[in-house]
Unconditional design. Structure first.
Length: 317
C-alpha cells in the first residue's frame, strides 16, 4: 500500500471494525499522525505473517506506522521496520488499548522526539507479549517511552541494541506505570556494528513513575539504571542486574517506593547503596567487594536468566 493523507496515511478508523490479514503497509505518509493507520475508536485486528510488514511509513506528527487514540488494536506476527515520526517511531498510543504478541518485531524505527518504537501516553494501555524491540532510536526512550497515566506491560520480550541521545536507551518512564516481566534488556545504548554508543541510562524512571522489574535480566547495557524519587513505586523482584555501570538511586526510598526481595543479583555496579534494597540481595562491585546479604533456600525458588542465585564471572564472590 502506498498512500498519503493528513491522519492515517492508508487507513483511518473512526469507529466500527477493521481487519487486515497478511497485508503489508509500506511507504505510506501522513502529514499529521499515523503514517499508515489512525485509530480514533473501534476494533482493529492486524494479523501478519513472514514477509508482511509495516515498512518505511512516515508521520510528520506522531505514530510512524500506527496512531491509537481509542478503541482496541491487536497486532500479531507483524514486523514494524524503518518507520519514523516525531514521537512513537512505529506506534503512538494516546488512549484505548494496543496489544502486540506472537513474535511481533519492532526494528530500526526512529523518533525525532521520544519513543523510538513505541510512545505510550495519555490514558493508553499497552501490552507487549512475546515481542522483539531491536535497534530503535529516539531522543529519550530508545525502545519505549511512557508518560501521563499510561500503563505498559512488557512480557517475554527481548529488548536489544536500542539507542537514545538523551536518557533511557531502552525505557524512559516519565509518568504512568511500566511492568517488565520475564524479559531481557541487554546491549542497549550500543551500535549494532561497533558496540559503542550512547552514555544515557538504559532504564530511566522519574520520581512520578512506577516501574516493576520482575523475573528479568538487565545486562551489558552501556549505562545503568536511574530511579528517581519516591512518589512512584519501584519494585525489583527475582531479577538480575549485571554489568549495569552506574546505578543511580536518588530520593528518600522506603519499602513502598523501592522494594527488592526474592534473590536479586546486582553485579559490577558503581553504587554501594545496598540499604535501599533490603536483605535478600547480593551486590558485587567492579572491585569484587561484596555488599549486602542473600538467603539461599534449598528449594527450587530462584528463577533467573543466568544463575538462579549468583553469577560469578571473575574474582572471588
Amino acid at each position: 500500500m502506498l498512500f498519503r493523507s493528513v491522519d492515517g496515511g492508508a487507513v483511518y478508523v473512526a469507529d466500527g471494525t477493521f481487519t487486515a490479514t497478511s497485508s503489508s503497509f509500506t511507504t505510506n505518509t501522513a502529514t499529521g499522525d499515523g503514517g499508515a493507520i489512525y485509530v480514533l475508536d473501534g476494533t482493529v485486528t492486524l494479523t501478519g505473517a513472514s514477509g508482511f510488514d509495516f515498512d518505511t511509513n512516515t508521520a510528520t506528527g506522531d505514530g510512524g506506522a500506527v496512531f491509537v487514540m481509542g478503541g482496541d488494536v491487536t497486532v500479531s506476527a507483524y514486523t514494524f521496520v524503518r518507520n519514523s515520526a516525531e514521537n512513537g517511531g512505529a506506534v503512538y498510543v494516546g488512549g484505548g488499548t494496543f496489544t502486540a504478541d506472537s513474535g511481533t518485531v519492532f526494528n530500526a524505527n526512529t523518533a525525532t522526539g521520544d519513543g523510538g518504537a513505541i510512545y505510550a501516553g495519555g490514558s493508553g494501555d499497552v501490552l507487549l507479549d512475546g515481542t522483539y524491540l531491536y535497534a530503535n532510536i529516539a531522543v529519550n526512550g530508545g525502545a519505549l517511552y511512557v508518560d501521563n497515566t499510561a500503563t505498559v506491560a512488557v512480557n517475554k520480550t527481548a529488548v536489544y541494541f536500542n539507542r537514545a541521545s538523551g536518557e533511557g536507551t531502552a525505557f524512559y518512564v516519565n509518568a504512568g506505570r511500566l511492568d517488565v516481566t520475564n524479559s531481557t534488556v541487554a546491549d542497549n545504548g550500543k551500535d549494532t556494528l561497533s558496540g559503542t554508543g550512547d552514555a544515557g541510562y538504559s532504564i530511566y524512571a522519574t520520581d512520578a513513575a512506577s516501574l516493576y522489574l520482575v523475573d528479568s535480566t538487565i545486562a551489558d547495557n552501556t549505562e545503568g539504571v536511574y530511579l528517581e524519587g519516591n512518589t512512584g513505586t519501584k519494585v525489583l523482584l527475582n531479577s538480575i542486574l549485571l554489568n549495569v555501570g552506574t546505578l543511580n538511586l536518588t530520593g528518600s526510598f522506603s519499602n513502598e517506593s523501592l522494594t527488592s526481595y526474592q534473590y536479586n543479583y546486582i553485579g559490577d555496579t558503581d553504587t554501594e547503596r545496598t540499604e535501599v534494597f533490603g536483605t535478600n540481595v547480593l551486590i558485587i562491585d567492579s572491585a569484587n567487594d561484596k555488599y549486602g546479604t542473600i538467603s539461599l533456600l534449598a528449594e527450587d525458588a530462584n528463577p533467573a536468566y543466568l544463575g538462579g542465585v549468583l553469577v560469578a564471572l571473575d574474582g572471588t564472590k
